[in-house]
Write a protein that binds this ligand. Structure first.
Ligand code: FES
Length: 110
């Protein structure tokens, strides 16, 4: 298996929004920040499992739609006084395609 998995074109992810990719390790949310930077996190809030893909993207963070925890898109960690971390999936862009690290997805599926 290749080390990187192609999950679609960059333009499929809306600016300040996300797209959910289904993987054997569960749903992965690919976010696009206002500056165009892309991030991939497991689509589960570290608080109570809320769908981060439906949150509000601001800066390089997303606010969970359920109880407003703010999660760093870079690290997956909760910000401020909240404690917790969701899995971050290494991502790279090749041409206009988004690639996710296969090893990180396999680790989630294990
Ligand atoms: S489930 Fe995300 S803040 Fe509670």
């Amino acid at each position: 298996m290749s080390e990187w998995i192609d999950v679609g074109p960059v333009e499929d992810v809306p600016l300040l929004g996300s797209r959910v990719v289904q993987t054997p390790g569960g749903d992965i949310a690919v976010f696009k920040a206002a500056d165009g930077t892309l991030f991939a996190l497991r689509d589960r809030c570290p608080h109570k499992g809320g769908p981060l893909s439906q949150g509000i993207v601001h800066g390089h963070s997303v606010t969970c739609p359920l109880h407003n925890w703010v999660i760093s898109l870079k690290t997956g960690e909760a910000q401020g006084a909240d404690q917790g971390c969701t899995h971050r999936i290494p991502l790279r862009i090749e041409g206009s395609r988004i690639l996710l690290a296969a090893s990180a997805l396999l680790a989630l599926a294990a």
